[in-house]
Design a protein around this ligand. Structure first.
Ligand code: HEM
Length: 458
């Protein structure tokens, strides 16, 4: 056997001349800057030491397939997203073993499947028509503020339910705001650090629990059948017949709310900003589609009508390609795995590393997307869309085993908003197109995002 030479697999290169300090400083300055520096030098796979951890980056579709396809036992989310536990609450999502979590994710999937979505679209349309109906003949708005407000209203109706939307809205919105502000970059490393933001977060979580306890109890006693996500969680049953406690129902709702709130507000804002900034090139196609589809359906929007708006779909998807709100996705590696780069280099990512991939960075690779820095919705037009050449080229919604469960919900919501806006207003940007604000936990455009509108009928 002595003549058998096993080819030694190499670990990925470690960035930084002083391994610990170098990587840490770069990481704290922001992951995008770090990738901008490291990618040209090391290529698609490299490791960054941060505190006592090793983070291995996998950039682009050639090396990130395993990240998306691996089993939870080999690459898990629990350890890296566990900092959400004080916000979501005990006994749900990242605070349970992975079999229980799989069952809870079945509850998410049930609440977001297409027969449910059909009834949510009606609520989305009502909220958006009421909201934009209050805009004047002409004026200026901060698009991010306006669309965030509308999406809170819609989410509270579709997810949290009629009681909250109609009678407890402002109280619950204030508490959700405190919960949201309780998640700061420090929380990722020290979720229980004794700071004011965490104290307010914990108080808000307790007050929400008291409110939802009453609402859920009332629904259980009335044997209610409301058409919202809250009801699906109340009705959900584990395989052994047991059900979620009232506090766990709330925990699941908070998880869905947090997954969809900033991500959708930001994506609908970028869709507007980018289409307005490129209006000569992209508006005629979008307006033409609105005219055609709405004439065909007598001016009414529902699930099937939205599904016909392909050009609007590409415009949203292209905004998400250029500016994905979740700029980094993470996993904990429990079993070493091999990656082969596009240049044929092989590395083994060791057990114990955190593994990261970046929608924001990968989406700008010119060998995957032509003119990657140009807003070009037509790149997704059938029959040969640029993202379909390789698995995991477009990862704005993640992909594979843990791909976004709210993707259709998000598209329906953003399409509803822009279908109504495109048909009823014309727009121009006030000032320059904003830059992304990489300091946020979920990355959106920097303020101000001011646009000017003028009412019209398409
Ligand atoms: C997962 C993005 C809207 C529910 C994800 C992931 C991404 C993502 C990137 C994968 C995370 C990872 O792999 O670590 C987005 C974007 C949205 C959006 C960009 C809006 C434009 C929504 C909405 C909902 C939702 C509206 C619910 C109503 C979920 C859930 C998961 C998820 C439940 C977890 C799936 C799993 O781990 O198996 N989303 N999301 N998302 N998203 Fe979304």
């Amino acid at each position: 056997l002595s003549h058998v030479v096993l080819k030694p697999f190499k670990s990925p290169p470690v960035i930084g001349t002083w391994p610990v300090i170098g990587g840490m400083i770069q990481f704290l300055k922001g992951p995008i800057g770090l990738m901008n520096n490291a990618f040209p030098k090391y290529g698609e796979v490299f490791t960054v030491p941060v505190f006592h951890k090793r983070i291995t980056f996998l950039i682009g579709p050639h090396v990130s397939e395993h990240f998306f396809k691996a089993r939870d036992a080999d690459m898990s989310q629990k350890e890296v997203y566990e900092f959400n536990v004080p916000t979501f609450g005990k006994g749900v999502v990242f605070d349970v073993d992975h079999l229980t979590r799989a069952e809870q994710f079945r509850f998410f999937a049930d609440s977001l499947k297409s027969d449910r979505l059909r009834s949510y679209v009606g609520m989305m349309v009502k909220e958006a028509e009421d909201y934009f109906g209050k805009w004047g003949e002409s004026g200026e708005v901060d698009l991010l503020d306006a669309l965030s407000e509308l999406i809170v209203l819609t989410a509270s109706r579709c997810l949290l339910g009629r009681e909250i939307r109609e009678t407890l809205f402002s109280e619950v919105t204030t508490l959700v705001h405190d919960l949201d502000k309780g998640m700061v970059p420090l929380s990722v490393f020290f979720p229980y650090a004794p700071i004011e933001a965490h104290r307010k977060r914990d108080a808000a979580r307790r007050d929400l629990a008291a409110i939802f306890d009453r609402v859920i109890q009332a629904r259980r006693e009335a044997n209610a059948h409301e058409p919202d996500v809250l009801q699906t969680f109340i009705d959900a049953r584990y395989r052994d017949g047991s059900r979620l406690t009232n506090d766990q129902v709330l925990g699941m709702l908070i998880a869905v709310l947090f997954a969809g709130q900033h991500t959708s507000s930001i994506t609908s804002t970028w869709t507007g900003l980018l289409t307005i900034a490129n209006k000569e090139r992209v508006m005629p196609t979008l307006e033409g589609e609105q005219k055609k589809v709405m004439e065909k359906h007598g001016g009414k929007i529902d699930f099937d009508v939205l599904a016909e708006m392909d050009e609007l779909h590409y415009a949203i998807k292209e905004a998400l390609r250029m500016h994905p709100p979740l700029i980094m996705l993470l996993r904990q590696c429990h079993k070493p795995f091999k990656v082969t780069t596009s240049k044929g280099k092989e590395f083994v990512v060791p057990k114990g590393h955190i593994v990261a991939t970046s929608p924001a960075f990968s989406h700008r690779l010119n060998n995957v997307f032509s003119d990657a820095d140009t807003y070009k919705p037509s790149r997704f037009r059938q029959p040969s869309p640029e993202d379909k050449e390789k698995f995991a080229s477009f990862i704005g919604f993640g992909g594979g085993r843990h791909g976004c469960m709210g993707e259709t919900f998000a598209f329906m919501q953003i399409k509803t908003i822009w279908s109504i806006l495109l048909r009823n207003f014309e727009f121009e940007l006030v000032g320059k197109l904003p830059e992304p604000d990489y300091e946020g936990m979920v990355v959106g455009p920097k303020h101000p995002c001011t646009i000017r509108y003028k009412r019209r009928k398409l």
